[in-house]
Design a protein around this ligand. Structure first.
Ligand SMILES: O=C(O)[C@@H](O)[C@@H](O)[C@H](O)C(=O)CO
Length: 486
């Protein structure tokens, strides 16, 4: 079979044969195409070339061809991760999966990977559809012939419509973000104000509905006392958020039918840390409202800024995640999720230790930064333009992200001599990280992409350099999680 691909520039790692056909990816300039060799050419879109007793089809990367390939090769479909130690490797560009796969293999291949992961916020900013996010990952998985399963995370979903869109594309992991329903006034409100706010809540989420009033729960030696003051604060702060998660969960289950789905609850993007008692309240209420979930992202103490290491006391973080892990074991078991998890090297071992491996690492923008590093290594002048533009956009684009980078602390373009090293500077990393949408979508006065076309050309014609930058970067991320539980 291999010989019949003679003369084609195929990617050896992608060559796969089964009883019906031989499949391979081939490089056609900067683009990838699918080559299929089979006796009766299937319903592929593409060019057909007779080959002795077979047909050779050269199929472009279309949703139709990707869906047909996924139908032929079941290992190209996402599946559930369950409670396995896992890592999400979000890809804002659609070209990162090969590098991600190589890093997962390098650290032993036991971490359950999510290769398709984007938030609705990212999809809106990059203009990519949910289907494109999954299909891009599938082509990377096919290229590397990863046949050990993967998840697809529809991240930071806020509405039922978000769920429907991502179900249509075939996502399996749904991260519900009820952050807009968290009432941060609870942190500083007086008792009387808390009572007034609680009275405004729907009766099915008021303190008395929880069954927790006056209860005391011992969780691994931590005595949680749900007196009126503590319960009122938890209910006012998270009651509406929990009810929203329950609505979204039941909508998901109703619409998913037989399609496999699993849930993550994320309250990580809130103003104040989640206390142990508040986490216990959230978990108890989710159980009461019939929700099942595999992971939960509380707001930990300290800060998880985009693309840089943890800000805070690592020992305080370890004590904090230990408490949250105890709650997860008590009401679960379920995993704790580390959102904005990239580059938090100072806390990975503590997270793995305290959760006993019941942990999910979630990353995304850091793979975009490695694409910028690749560009900086190949075309400094182009990278300079991107950095200058990103500085102009930062004030606006930082609004919805937890970042600490400041323009005045970032190197000024005129001062920089080692441009690739800019990717290791704290402030510049964050400026470049959160301005991805502006950079990728910016157009010139004639309506042409100002950066995206050259961005894509450079990366697509240097895929191996990008993959090796990602592989090196993600080995550092995944190694601390590499000896997972079952
Ligand atoms: O940037 C985004 O919108 C998302 O990728 C992240 O917030 C994601 O949820 C995450 O925590 C990984 O950085």
């Amino acid at each position: 079979m291999r010989d019949d691909f003679e003369g084609l520039n195929i990617i050896e790692s992608s060559l796969f044969t089964d009883n019906d056909a031989a499949y391979a990816l081939l490089q056609d300039g900067g683009e990838l195409k699918l080559a299929i060799l089979e006796t009766d050419a299937g319903d592929w879109q593409g060019e057909r070339i007779p080959k002795n007793t077979h047909s050779l089809v050269i199929a472009p990367k279309t949703p139709h061809n990707t869906a047909l390939l996924r139908k032929r090769l079941p290992w190209l479909n996402p599946s559930l991760l369950g409670l396995r130690t896992s890592a999400g490797m979000g890809d804002r560009l659609g070209w990162a999966t090969p590098g991600h796969i190589r890093a997962v293999r390098d650290v032993g291949g036991k971490i359950a990977p999510i290769f398709a992961q984007q938030s609705i916020r990212e999809m809106n900013r990059t203009g990519r559809t949910a289907q494109q996010v999954i299909d891009d990952a599938v082509w990377g998985i096919f290229q590397e012939s990863w046949q050990d399963g993967f998840g697809a995370d529809a991240d930071h979903l806020k509405t039922e419509a978000d769920i429907d869109t991502c179900l249509q594309a075939g996502f399996t992991f749904y991260t519900i973000d009820p952050g807009e329903h968290v009432d941060n006034r609870a942190e500083s409100a007086s008792q009387s104000t808390l009572r007034e706010l609680a009275a405004l809540l729907n009766e099915d989420i008021r303190p008395e509905a929880s069954g927790l009033l006056g209860k005391s729960i011992n969780i691994e030696g931590h005595q949680l006392v749900f007196d009126e003051a503590q319960l009122l604060k938890a209910v006012v702060k998270y009651g509406k958020a929990v009810a929203h998660v329950a609505r979204m969960y039941h909508h998901l289950i109703d619409r998913a039918g037989s399609h496999p789905v699993e849930l993550e609850v994320s309250v990580d993007e809130t103003a104040q840390p989640t206390s142990m008692l508040e986490h216990a309240y959230i978990a108890s209420e989710l159980r009461r409202l019939g929700v099942n979930w595999v992971s939960l992202a509380p707001r930990y103490c300290g800060h998880f800024p985009k693309g840089v290491d943890y800000i805070g006391d690592p020992q305080a973080f370890e004590a904090d995640i230990a408490r949250h892990a105890a709650v997860a074991r008590h009401f679960g078991p379920y995993k704790l999720s580390l959102h904005s998890g990239s580059d938090k090297f100072n806390v990975y071992e503590a997270a793995m230790r305290q959760t006993h491996g019941l942990v999910h690492l979630k990353t995304a923008g850091t793979s975009y930064l490695e694409a910028l590093r690749t560009i900086a290594e190949l075309d400094v002048d182009f990278f300079k333009e991107i950095y200058r533009f990103a500085r102009e956009r930062y004030t606006v684009d930082r609004v919805s992200y937890d970042v600490f980078g400041e323009l005045e602390n970032a190197p000024h373009p005129e001062q920089i001599t080692d441009w690739p090293a800019l990717l290791d500077q704290f402030d510049a990393r964050q400026i470049l990280h959160v301005t991805f949408g502006s950079v990728l979508n910016e157009r010139d006065p004639e309506g042409h992409f100002r950066f995206y076309s050259d961005f894509a050309r450079i990366i697509k014609s240097n895929r191996e350099l990008y993959a090796s930058n990602l592989e090196r970067h993600f080995i550092k991320h995944l190694q601390p999680f590499a000896n997972p539980l079952a």
